[in-house]
Design a protein around this ligand. Structure first.
Ligand code: G4P
Length: 527
């Protein structure tokens, strides 16, 4: 195996999907603790109750001056290199989350054992299913009262339409939580409370039939055997191929707060989840072990320091190797750039990585030329597919409070649109600026960022737009005809693309019927 192939084989790139409050942040902390990225698990995000706590992680964040915790964390574990991508925590389902999930090879689904499958879990699973992303499941908060685990597995199968294969089974919960039983290996992994913030050697009892096991389970023993019989009769056995096809999820139980069970989940990702996979581009399929560098941008994030307008473009490497100082081709604008200062996200006190391989994420400083969906290569003209913009479903007209600031407003909106925080449309027939969003929270975020970062105050007004469609038409003459006839509803979006702003659903259907040669697209990808 070449060095490059060995490096690729070491990589696991995944994201956590969960409903707010299920425990994503807590698990992230424990995962980092496991990678010894932080000596003692502190707080990954500062919480109200715990604001004084500064972890090594936050210290590092300060040193590097950007918010790495909200995006990408890389750490070594068992001779492997783990890339953990954070999915943004807005209440709304956001495009950003979707695009982050296009950059991973597997996902960890976290459920609150007391609640089971929740609305956001369903929405995120739907996204994962689009690419058949393999999913590992973790049922959290076993140190509390949880619902009947059999019922939880049934719910996963019925609601999320994926087969659930328990790898471990919980012994009791809340005050009676004794640990988990590993079904295939016939061993009990014992829960020792009070070690939530450190790595300990977890005691293991071999054999459920042993005297030690009987003693550990005490009154729970007989009941547990009965339940186990039921589980073994009714549940699926784990099948790695079905997992890799996205049809089956291995299920683990534990408590993130108690730092119990998270290591089994990480082990399963190392053992079973795929290494970086091949990626489709419009021109061809790119293999991760190809020698030449390629990658695509899936996210753009503003610098946390509002004084610096600098933004970071997050790129997933698809093939080859990034080396400090290398030349990359920015395919869309056909320019070669020397990249000397890409950020890598290696979360340890050791030296910063100077190289990165397929599956890794690097951050490029973006001064406005990089957009979401852009492909980079070593010269080849290539465009990765599957990083779409979605047609927004909510629209507002922007009204400026101080008319003299219209230049700042345009610039701000343009930049926020590039970041994917909103979509912006400039109608042909007026000087209006119309914002589009997929979730209603996006509007508030944009207004407050305009105020903070661009010193522009704006208000929103209702506007008569039902949906937007990106227009394509091969026949130039027909396209011109269409543009003339539909002039009232034509706009240019933030990326310079022709769009049709449909006032109603009926209007859109009528237009689609009337103009069979014109394509009205609900998603847009770069070509
Ligand atoms: P999120 O990122 O998915 O939104 O969830 P987060 O980790 O912030 O966890 C949400 C709440 O659930 C937190 O409590 C956290 O401490 C708690 N939690 C996470 N894992 C477990 C667990 O295994 N057992 C129990 N009992 N609780 C767990 P909080 O009160 O909202 O925050 P904090 O005041 O503790 O910081």
């Amino acid at each position: 195996m070449t060095i490059q192939a060995a490096e690729v084989a070491k990589r696991r790139t995944f994201a956590i999907i969960s409903h707010p409050d299920a425990g994503k942040t807590t698990i992230t902390e424990k995962l980092l603790l496991m990678g010894q990225a932080i000596a003692v698990a502190g707080t990954v995000k500062s919480r109200k109750s715990d604001r004084h706590a500064t972890s090594d992680w936050m210290e590092m964040e300060k040193q590097r001056g950007i918010s790495i915790t909200t995006s990408v964390m890389q750490f070594p574990y068992r001779e492997h290199m783990i890339n953990l991508l954070d999915t943004p925590g807005h209440e709304d389902f956001s495009e950003d989350t979707y695009r982050t999930l296009t950059a991973v090879d597997s996902a960890l689904m976290v459920l609150d054992g007391g609640k089971g499958v929740e609305p956001r879990t369903i929405a995120l699973m739907d996204v994962c299913r689009l690419r058949d992303t393999p999913i590992v499941s973790f049922i959290n908060k076993l140190d509390r009262d949880i619902r009947d685990p059999i019922e939880l597995l049934d719910e996963i199968e019925a609601v999320l339409k994926i087969k659930a294969a328990p790898i471990t089974w919980p012994i009791g919960c809340y005050k009676d939580f004794k640990g988990v039983y590993h079904l295939a290996e016939d061993k009990i992994i014992v829960y020792v409370p009070g070690h939530g913030h450190e790595r300990i050697e977890v005691p293991v009892i071999q054999g459920l039939d042993s005297a030690e096991a009987r003693e550990h389970l005490g009154d729970l023993y007989e009941g547990f055997l009965e339940q186990l019989e039921l589980v073994q009769g009714a549940c699926h056995e784990f099948d790695q191929d079905a997992f890799l096809r996205g049809e089956m999820t291995p299920v683990f139980f534990g408590t993130a707060l108690g730092n119990f069970g998270v290591d089994q989940v990480l082990d399963s990702i190392v053992d079973w989840a795929p290494q970086p996979l091949s990626r489709a581009a419009h021109e061809r399929v790119v293999e991760p072990i190809e020698e030449k560098f390629t990658g695509f941008v899936f996210k753009i994030q503003a610098n946390m320091d509002p004084k610096h307008r600098d933004r970071i473009a997050f790129m997933r490497i698809c093939s080859g190797k990034y080396e400090k100082g290398m030349k990359m081709r920015h395919v869309r604008i056909k320019k070669d750039l020397k990249i000397a200062d890409a950020l890598t996200f290696f979360s340890s006190e050791r030296e910063m990585l100077e190289e990165a391989y397929a599956g890794d994420i690097i951050g490029l400083h973006n001064h406005g030329t990089i957009q979401i969906g852009d492909t980079f290569s070593e010269g080849e003209t290539l465009g990765f597919t599957g990083i779409p913009h979605f047609a927004p479903e909510l629209f507002r007209r922007v009204r400026l409070k101080d008319p003299l600031k219209s230049k700042q407003l345009r610039q701000g909106l343009q930049e926020l649109a590039e970041e994917g925080a909103t979509q912006v449309f400039f109608p042909e027939r007026s000087n209006d600026i119309i914002l589009g969003a997929v979730g209603v929270l996006q509007f508030d975020v944009v207004a407050s960022r305009l105020k903070e970062e661009y010193k522009v105050e704006c208000a929103y007004e209702a506007v008569n737009v039902w949906s937007a469609r990106w227009i394509e038409c091969e026949d130039k003459k027909k396209l011109e005809d269409f543009k003339t006839k539909a002039f009232e509803n034509i706009a240019i979006d933030g990326g310079g693309h022709l769009t049709y702003l449909a006032p109603t659903r009926v209007n859109l259907s009528l237009m689609e019927e009337r103009w069979p040669d014109v394509k009205f697209r609900a998603t847009r990808e770069h070509h």
